[in-house]
Design a protein around this ligand. Structure first.
Ligand code: NAD
Length: 376
């Protein structure tokens, strides 16, 4: 009996992506598994059922009851977890830090769960790195939102009605999303400068044709990520950044520190020094925002400055976001299936790193610590 891979229609509000696109459903079948998908699962990402020629269709209840492996974009709901077979495997973004209730339910129901956000960011796992694929989508879309919200041209124009100066765009945080925002704003013709606390980003920013803002503050943390700044470093950084923010037509902020609230890089005062009509697109809105004025999921206007706090940007480009995400899932899953059966190498760094729960235990130390914290 071959393994059943189940795919549900995502039920989280405003989620348009699907975990498996038709191309990947076919590839999964070549591994010898049965692919069972909920009717209409890909519809909101523009993958109609008719394209899933290698999948079988069913309803959510049947899929939950028969899946050996459930592939998700958003975390499963607690009700979905309860409907799964004991020992079933769930793979998706699990929001492990933010959802202790879910982690507990996965543990209690004996579900084996892997969190895509915990896949180690090592060279070998680049093709499985869903944080990166979805961050690229977010950065691209953030630059488009900036261009669309700005009441100015992005490129320089030389016209019979005179010359139009290009827009000045500042990108804060030059990780995966920031670099894509820089590249996109450059393609739109803006003059772009960028800043990040990791020194490695300096060359990456320059290679995209943008200027690196020197604040003299660098803060490399563990695993290639940034660390939180000290108050003295923050003050030094802000002195330089405040002036650059004021001089920008659009600021796209993408700064984030894993497991921490987003760093505050744009104070209320700095935002209000921008010219009326300027724009801030705060990609970190979901993590509390890089700008003091950001309201997650809303666009607010202060003194004519528009502050956009988008949520779930990858869901606004669901076709390609789903395509990239499902390739990440496939690349993770492929080595774990042999002749249609589940054959996970538990000692493999990638599986061990992404493992959240197994056999009634929470395997991810940070999630375990959150649940064991004494309640005050
Ligand atoms: P992220 O989303 O955690 O953070 C976004 C950016 O914000 C980071 O570049 C970070 O340095 C920056 N930042 C944090 N605090 C800041 C502050 N106070 N001021 C300015 N900027 C600040 O990061 P990410 O995009 O997920 O990637 C971060 C790291 O992971 C990078 O080193 C990247 O190269 C690495 N990475 C490695 C792989 C791989 O090897 N497979 C894949 C993807 C990313």
């Amino acid at each position: 009996m071959s393994v059943v891979v189940g795919i549900l229609k995502e039920t989280a509000a405003k989620e348009t992506r699907v975990a498996v696109v038709p191309e990947i459903a076919s590839k999964l079948k070549t591994l010898g598994v049965r692919v069972l998908i909920e009717r209409g699962a890909g519809a909101s990402a523009n993958f109609p059922d008719a394209l899933y020629t290698d999948a079988e269709f069913s309803d959510a209840a049947t899929i939950l009851a028969s899946a050996d492996i459930l592939l998700k974009v958003q975390p499963p709901s607690v009700t979905e977890v309860a409907a799964l077979k004991k020992g079933a495997v769930v793979i998706g973004f699990m929001q492990a830090y933010a959802r202790p209730d879910l982690v507990l339910s996965l543990k209690e129901h004996g579900i084996t769960s892997f969190a895509m956000e915990l896949v180690p960011r090592i060279s070998r796992a680049q093709s499985m790195d869903a944080l990166s694929s979805q961050a690229s989508v977010a950065g691209y879309k953030a630059a488009l939102i900036a261009a669309d919200t700005l009441e100015k041209f992005m490129p320089m124009l030389t016209t019979a009605a005179g010359t139009i100066r290009p827009a000045a765009v500042l990108v804060l945080g030059a990780g995966v999303a920031g670099l894509q925002a820089i590249a996109t704003a450059k393609r739109l013709g803006a003059v772009v400068e960028a800043y990040d606390v990791r020194s490695a980003t300096k060359d990456q920013v320059k290679s995209l044709g943008a200027k690196f803002v020197e604040t003299g503050v660098f803060a490399e943390g563990a695993g290639g990520y940034a660390r939180e700044l000290t108050p003295a470093e923050t003050a030094r950084q802000q002195e330089v950044l405040d002036a650059r923010i004021a001089a920008s037509d659009a600021v796209i902020s993408t700064a984030s520190v894993p497991g921490r609230p987003a760093p505050r890089l744009i104070s209320r005062a700095a935002a209000l020094r921008m010219r009326p009509g300027s724009v801030i697109v705060d990609v970190a809105a979901e993590q509390g925002g890089n700008c003091e004025l950001t309201k997650a999921g809303e666009t607010v206007v202060h003194n004519g400055v528009k502050i956009v706090g988008p949520l779930n940007l990858p869901a606004s480009l669901p076709y390609h976001a789903s395509e990239m995400y499902s390739r990440n899932l496939f690349n993770l899953l492929k080595p774990a299936i042999a002749a249609g059966e589940l054959a996970i190498d538990w000692s493999d760094e990638v599986f061990a790193g992404a493992l959240l729960t197994r056999e009634g235990e929470i395997k991810h130390a940070a999630s375990r610590a959150i649940l064991e914290e004494p309640k005050t």
